[in-house]
Write a protein that binds this ligand. Structure first.
Ligand SMILES: [Zn+2]
Length: 305
């Protein structure tokens, strides 16, 4: 079965690679394809993934952008933090998590150790009768690899899924009609909504796909994307927090970090601050100490921490 799946994916590559070459944006090598007969537990609907090294720090940094964090702390806990303190908190948390303090999922480990270019997952089989959809999937993944090879994948990491979706749409000759504001969930905004934004910026260029690879254009698109999704993300976050189930999910994810797992059932302002201090967010702790943390402590308790 695996061989058959790889064979059909190779057929898609036979169409996709010449397409990009014809557009003046070739991938210089033929990527190796691997099929993993599993549903990725973290991305259950994920059909495929390109081995494109996106700097997670940069990516997450853009999503959360400090101004959004600032607004969230103000809105949910009535706390004021400087941008510097939030930047430090954010980087410190990611570094702490990355330093072996959080377990990496076995499937992620396997992908990390494999130098193939494209990974297909079990849901890819749902398209076994749909040649066009399969070609599209490969067109999307190959675009990630093209951006990686050109060294622009981390230039504006927020738009990577939008640019790959745009490239995929060009491959099938389709245009996007719905804008960011027409979507409700985060993933649709970040894939389809941002693909439409990319289209708005480059479609009238002489060579649209080449334009997508230009740093200055990418940064402009990313700026606009962030500006437009920010209010929606904060509204979504507010709604998310209304459900106790979601609160528990937040608690669960915090418990992944040993410093928080240790204070489970014993959440006080003092213990929370000690945990943040241990992570390395000194400035954040200093600013927090001067404020009333009641709301924040209540929130954390509600999350089941
Ligand atoms: Zn993608």
């Amino acid at each position: 079965m695996t061989e058959e799946i790889i064979r059909t994916a190779e057929k898609s590559l036979d169409l996709v690679l010449p397409f990009y070459e014809g557009q003046g944006v070739p991938l210089s090598y033929r990527p190796k394809i691997v099929y993993i007969n599993e549903v990725h537990p973290l991305f259950p609907e994920g059909v495929a993934r390109a081995k494109a090294e996106v700097d997670f720090l940069q990516f997450a940094d853009k999503i959360l952008s400090v101004s959004m964090l600032q607004e969230s702390w103000r809105k949910f806990y009535s706390l004021e933090f400087s941008e510097k303190a939030l930047e430090e908190l954010f980087t410190a948390t990611l570094n702490y998590a990355g330093n072996g303090n959080v377990q990496i999922h076995p499937l992620e480990k396997r992908i990390a150790e494999d130098d193939s270019g494209i990974f297909l997952f079990k849901p890819y089989n749902e398209f076994s009768q749909d040649t066009k959809a399969r070609d599209r999937i490969l067109a999307h993944e190959v675009w990630h690899l093209i951006e990686q090879e050109r060294g622009v994948i981390n230039v504006a990491p927020m738009i990577n899924e939008g640019t790959a979706t745009y490239a995929e749409r060009r491959f099938v000759g389709k245009k996007g009609k719905k804008s960011i504001e027409d979507y409700e969930d985060y993933f649709s905004m970040i894939y389809n909504g941002s693909a439409k934004l990319v289209q708005d910026y480059v479609d009238s260029e002489e060579n649209p796909l080449k334009a997508v690879l230009e740093t200055s254009i990418r940064l402009k698109i990313e700026d606009e994307l962030l500006r437009r999704i920010k209010p929606k993300l904060i509204a979504t976050l507010e709604k998310t927090l209304e459900s106790q189930e979601n609160m528990f999910a937040i608690g669960e994810s915090m418990k992944q970090l040993p410093v928080f797992a240790r204070i489970q059932g014993n959440v006080t302002a003092e213990n929370l601050l000690r945990a943040y201090e241990e992570i390395g967010a000194q400035l954040f702790v200093e600013e927090a100490k001067r404020q009333d943390l009641t709301k924040f402590v209540e929130f954390m308790k509600k999350s089941g921490l």
